[in-house]
Design a protein around this ligand. Structure first.
Ligand code: ADP
Length: 487
């Protein structure tokens, strides 16, 4: 086995170049954390992780300098499509940016037209593989993320005739199983992908990118232990549970980390007053600043619930809308920052109209305000129906904000009931209301409250922990190909 394992890390988005969702946080942090591991931490190997991203017209200007690298083509049944690669360094990680007509024709990261997106990411996945080949950079592991790049893993497994990738292992991280990419239709033929005939994959799934990647991957990584178990059940398996059970031996849950430099209340520029575990009393200045900003009464005796979230059915916001009226005998305030589903947004606005003294709903994306909500609210509510990993509960704990969460996926794995937060088992308004009642009670007991805050702030959510787990997995799948057998 060589001393270095080469990893081509593909993602649709990465912070700070471009961010739409949590995937950008992962792709913006994990490659750097992997490259930073010492050989002692990896068991003797260096990890040469290189990131590949599509070029987006609306990406943050100036975050990265793009140097033209090479022009090449992606072959299709309908002829060649030109591609251009640029190189740069994102968060200290060598990064290749890929351009070409299927990427350039849309201004979006995720286009409202799913057909455009399918082609964009099929092209991108193949272009990334082609680029490594042209650069003669020997890839030991293709690490794909979600449906967008899953076809890269399928491509290396089904083109065994291709000697360049015959010893390359494929790893697919699953951030969100229900998003499978939709049926690719003729696109798979156009780009020369083999048809999948294996009956273990349901027929409706055989034309979708994520299931193809799941079929082909040497390792499947759902983003928490609990989610790794949940996707094997009918409730969370989205129709793939039987197939995924047949692949259980290659499934390993690894929780995402948090960028602890970006999210640090002691250094955060977006909040009113910095604080740490040793001077938590300064935290209350942020609550006052937040309440002033959103024009709610300033009263330290009233617990302020915060939510920063995509407004989506997944996030269980409709359950919160039903739970709050059950709590009218209690004093509380609520601030929700988010955007998304229009009808849920409307219901939330109505909630503010009904409870103008208690509720503020801010329907937009606002990074700076999100920081102040983490630092200024007392409780952080996440009633998600499912949550593969979840970042916000980790941010909340790091900011001495106490999470109230549904026992699912990464929420269950990171929040400890009665120690760092409140965890309710059932996804319904009643359980959510009961859990909030418990939290309100602890809010009236300062000593106990402080011990919750401190326990949460002491948790290690750094990426190093996750990176070490990935490095162990990298080693075992790379070894399999180099030596033709399991380690
Ligand atoms: P998901 O990736 O499913 O949306 P996560 O909890 O994993 O959920 O990550 C959400 C991230 O996006 C967090 O960093 C959260 O603070 C941020 N976020 C979500 N909505 C907003 C918003 N409206 N304004 C600012 N930040 C937001």
């Amino acid at each position: 086995m060589p001393d270095t394992i080469n990893i081509l890390f593909l993602a649709a988005e990465a912070y700070p170049y471009i961010k739409v969702g949590g995937l950008a946080d992962v792709a913006g942090s994990l490659p750097f954390a992997l490259r930073s591991l010492s050989t002692r931490q990896t068991g003797g190997y260096s990890l040469d992780v290189r990131l590949v991203l599509p070029i987006y017209r609306l990406a943050q200007a100036g975050v990265v300098t793009l140097k033209p690298l090479i022009n090449f083509v992606v072959s299709t049944e309908e002829g060649e499509i030109g591609a251009q690669a640029f190189e740069g360094s994102l968060n200290g990680v060598p990064t290749y940016f890929i351009d070409g007509f299927p990427i350039a024709r849309s201004d979006y990261v995720y286009s409202p037209n799913p057909v455009d997106d399918r082609e964009k990411y099929a092209f991108f996945s193949l272009a990334a593989l082609e680029l490594a080949r042209i650069l003669n950079w020997k890839v030991d592991i293709v690490h794909a993320n979600d449906w967008h790049t899953a076809l890269s893993v399928y491509a290396i497994r089904t083109s065994k005739k291709d000697p360049y990738y015959s010893k390359t292992a494929g790893l697919l991280t699953v951030h969100n199983l229900p998003y499978m990419g939709g049926d690719n239709g003729d696109l798979l033929d156009k780009y020369g992908f083999q048809k999948l005939l294996d009956k273990s994959v349901p027929i409706w799934a055989r034309g979708q990118s994520l299931p193809l990647g799941l079929w082909a991957a040497d390792a499947i990584v759902p983003v928490s232990d609990t989610y790794a178990r949940e996707i094997l059940t009918p409730e969370y398996g989205c129709g793939l549970q039987d197939f995924l059970q047949s692949r259980a031996s290659v499934i390993t849950g690894i929780i995402n980390g948090l960028d602890v430099n970006q999210w640090d209340p002691a250094k955060d520029d977006c909040i009113f007053a910095n604080y740490s575990i040793d001077n938590l009393k300064d935290r209350s200045k942020n609550k006052i600043s937040l309440l002033k900003k959103i024009d709610l009464d300033i009263d330290p005796q009233i617990p302020l619930i915060g939510m920063v979230t995509r407004i989506d059915y997944q996030k269980g916001i409709d359950l919160t809308i039903k739970a709050l009226p059950m709590l009218m005998e209690k004093r509380w305030q609520l601030v929700i920052l988010g955007s998304g589903d229009e009808s849920l947004e409307k219901e939330l606005s109505q909630l503010q109209t009904i409870y103008p003294d208690r509720v503020r709903v801010i329907l937009r994306y606002d990074n700076s305000l999100s920081h102040l909500i983490y630092a200024g609210s007392d409780l952080f509510l996440m009633p998600s129906r499912y949550e593969p990993c979840g970042l916000s509960q980790m941010i909340a704990m790091r900011y001495g904000n106490i999470p109230v969460v549904h026992a699912t996926g990464g929420l269950k794995d990171t929040v400890l009931e009665g120690k760092t937060g409140f965890v309710f088992e059932d996804s319904n308004p009643e359980s959510q209301a009961d859990s909030l009642r418990k939290a309100f009670k602890v809010f009236t007991q300062p000593e106990k409250w402080l011990s919750f805050q401190r326990s949460g702030m002491k948790q290690d959510f750094s990426w190093t922990r996750s990176a070490i787990q990935y490095s162990i997995l990298y080693r075992s799948i790379a070894f399999k190909y180099l030596h033709g057998g399991e380690q």
